[in-house]
Design a protein around this ligand. Structure first.
Ligand SMILES: Cc1cc2nc3c(=O)[nH]c(=O)nc-3n(C[C@H](O)[C@H](O)[C@H](O)COP(=O)(O)OP(=O)(O)OC[C@H]3O[C@@H](n4cnc5c(N)ncnc54)[C@H](O)[C@@H]3O)c2cc1C
Length: 455
């Protein structure tokens, strides 16, 4: 490791005389939270941050925990999945959440912060914590046998990304995210959609058939929809295999009919005929609560995506768990590589946290930092590793990182589609509160047990 962090180890029994030390690479949202959690548990931390020596193209402030874009941590209420995640983090003593409350600005139902004050609050807390040393240098490599958390984010420096690629294999390391929208299954109109795989090979897909007039209306709307401009570091280097839908459409009126909207091999049981065009939806999770629009990765502006994709028969009332996007994002395809404790199966002393572990978003990244910090500290102290119950928002994210089919894996914001279904059927308006009540009860029982064991 270029930082040469010296480190004491703990024996499995925890009876070591040398206090454990954790090396954390990256002082963003995840790394800052991880450092705080580990230090609170009595473990020494060396936190490496390459700013201000070196800045990623999106980072500008020398402070830790910089919010690179929006100053919003999204919805505040616990009846939303991200609001619930924040409440879980508060209950686990999150520094990011304490900073957010202390630097909050008015933003309706959202939790938004004064970004400068927010980052300054976190930087000061970490600088004042005697167990944490902050080293301002880029780390270019790591030693898998050292107790380490990598939390270098979506714009990880090239040298470290290459080192990570050598560990995981290049096929597990991604630099771009080409994301297709995901819809909630229960918002689809199944009277218009039929279930089938192409050429009668099963019933795995939901198919939205379009006649010629519907296709033309959709095509015109797509071609006139507003796109999100690329940032200067996001060159449009698309792979032919995952071109944005609007880029494909711009090649000609019929191009989509030979690409993601091809109807060949599909027969609509209601007409007995092959439709003019088809949009296929593929299950995103084993529970079948979420479906992605196959081949519909897009750079359209978010309100435009809703307007255009709701023109597809069966999606008129679709609720989107995630909208499409294409952006620079270094992340690991974590299923099969990462354990539910956020360490590598192959290198148990090496943890990942934040966006690089395969989650998306400020809050989700910080939440994974919290868990990685907690578990790295436990490993350092010779204690068993822990993972939150699956009913919690954190547990749902961990489930996504560790249980999604690896070939379909894409980073995700937290959403209720990742949670185990509710036991009772409820009206949509009541579901958020029911998910939250179940999650917070499970979280409190879990933390009570952890405290009892520690006592
Ligand atoms: C341009 C852009 C805009 C985004 N906008 C939003 C948004 O509006 N809302 C939202 O919820 N999410 C957004 N995200 C997604 C994501 O959640 C955030 O990037 C979030 O900050 C990720 O947290 P993190 O801790 O994983 O990484 P970061 O917060 O990026 O922290 C990583 C830290 O590691 C440091 N680092 C990198 N490499 C090294 C190295 N080799 N050695 C030492 N230090 C290193 C970096 O300087 C940085 O400080 C955005 C992402 C990008 C790229």
């Amino acid at each position: 490791m270029s930082n040469g962090a010296g480190q004491g180890g703990a024996s499995a029994s925890g009876s070591t005389q040398i206090p454990a030390e954790i090396c954390i690479i990256g002082g963003g949202l995840a790394g800052s939270e991880a450092a705080w959690q580990a230090a609170r548990r009595g473990v020494r931390v060396r936190l490496y941050e390459m700013k201000p020596q070196k800045f990623s193209p999106a980072h500008h402030s020398p402070l830790l925990a910089e919010l690179v874009c929006s100053n919003s941590l999204r919805a505040a209420g616990t009846e939303t999945a991200v609001g619930l995640l924040k409440e879980e983090m508060r209950r686990l003593g999150s520094l990011i959440m304490t900073a957010a409350e202390a630097t909050r600005v008015p933003a309706g139902r959202s939790l938004a912060v004064d970004r400068g004050a927010f980052a300054a609050f976190i930087t000061a807390k970490l600088e004042q914590e005697p167990r944490i040393s902050i080293l301002r240098e880029e780390v270019e490599d790591f030693e898998p046998d050292r107790l380490t958390i990598i939390a270098t984010g979506p714009l990880t420096s090239d040298a470290l990304a290459a080192a990570l690629g050598r560990l995981t294999g290049q096929e597990h390391l991604h630099f771009y995210d080409a994301i297709a929208p995901i819809v909630f299954a229960d918002s689809l109109d199944l009277n218009k959609i039929f279930r089938a795989s192409r050429y009668g090979a099963g019933h795995d897909y939901l198919n939205c058939p379009l006649d010629e007039a519907e296709y033309e209306r959709f095509y015109r709307a797509l071609m006139s929809a507003r796109q999100v401009p690329l940032r200067d570091f996001e060159e449009p280097r698309y792979f032919e295999g995952c071109l944005p839908i609007e880029v494909m459409a711009a090649r000609g009126y019929q191009t989509l009919l030979y690409g993601p909207m091809k109807p060949v091999g599909l027969t609509d049981p209601r007409t007995g005929k092959q439709p003019f065009a088809v949009v296929q939806l593929r299950a995103e999770n084993r529970e079948g609560t979420l479906y992605n629009l196959v081949g519909f990765q897009t750079k359209l502006a978010h309100p435009e995506q809703k307007r255009v994709f709701r023109l597809i028969p069966g999606l008129e009332q679709a609720e989107f768990a995630r909208l499409g996007s294409i952006h620079r994002n270094t992340f690991i395809r974590s299923p099969g590589l990462l354990s539910p404790y956020l360490n590598f199966y192959r290198c148990p002393r090496l943890f990942l946290a934040g966006q690089i572990s395969g989650v998306e978003g400020y809050v989700e990244s910080a939440a994974m930092g919290l868990l990685a910090g907690l578990n790295a500290a436990r490993l350092g102290r010779g204690e068993p590793l822990v993972t939150p119950p699956s009913a919690t928002a954190m547990g749902a994210l961990i489930h996504h990182l560790t249980n999604t089919a690896a070939k379909d894996f894409q980073p995700m914001n937290v959403n209720f589609g990742l949670f185990p279904p509710l036991e009772q059927r409820l009206a949509k308006k009541q579901r958020g509160a029911a998910y939250a009540a179940r999650a917070l009860k499970a979280l409190d029982e879990w933390t009570d047990k952890l405290t009892e064991r520690a006592a």
